[in-house]
Design a protein around this ligand. Sequence first.
Ligand SMILES: CC(C)(COP(=O)(O)OP(=O)(O)OC[C@H]1O[C@@H](n2cnc3c(N)ncnc32)[C@H](O)[C@@H]1OP(=O)(O)O)[C@@H](O)C(=O)NCCC(=O)NCCS
Length: 200
Amino acid sequence: MPRAELDQITYRKLHMGDHDLFEAHLLALDPESRRTRFGMATTDAFLVQYAARCITLNAIIHGAFHGKTLIGVAELRPIGDLFTEEAELAFSVASNWRNCGIGTNLFGRMLRSARNRGFGRLYMTCLKNNAPMRTLARKFTAEISLEFDESVALVSTPRRSIISVLREAIEDATELTTQALDWQRRTFARRSLEQSPLSR
Ligand SMILES: CC(C)(COP(=O)(O)OP(=O)(O)OC[C@H]1O[C@@H](n2cnc3c(N)ncnc32)[C@H](O)[C@@H]1OP(=O)(O)O)[C@@H](O)C(=O)NCCC(=O)NCCS
């Protein structure tokens, strides 16, 4: 992937309004990627249902974007009650964007989110032959402890620090400002188009 294309990738958390992008990203995964992502073969109908119920208030979903296209996703879902310290992790990157560091970037962001929310134990579907995911996770062994069995990885995260909390808060605020400015720019552009004599 050319450097110029990689420089255009942006990262932000997904919200309810991103449902269509999330669904399109999942549906574009080929059968093998679906199998490694979910640990089983999945149909389009399953993915449509999954996308419909998965952007919830307690889930944290980080996205990687190229322009308006969602090209990578990292999902963190608490397992159990409100005070649980356990969560489920999952990753998917569009096949034409792999091996460019997007998964690694999302993993780092996700670890920080997990740590800031006090999730100490994270579980991830990671089939034995999923070499890219295993290689990626091993890059973080300075920060986390990792245990693999046949199909699941257990990631133990360190406790939060004031620095990790502040970093996430600053990033969220920056993303929000960027989105607000983008929304304002698009509103102005639409209004000027509506008021233009050519559009009458
Ligand atoms: C796993 C996945 C998220 C990785 O995303 P990615 O953006 O390609 O990840 P990165 O580029 O940051 O890192 C991948 C690493 O795996 C390495 N890798 C790729 N293929 C490999 C292979 N066959 N054997 C060993 N390592 C491999 C890459 O070289 C890279 O390491 P490097 O940065 O040291 O070169 C992506 O492959 C994917 O979406 N797979 C389908 C869904 C899935 O399996 N999800 C994980 C389970 S939830």
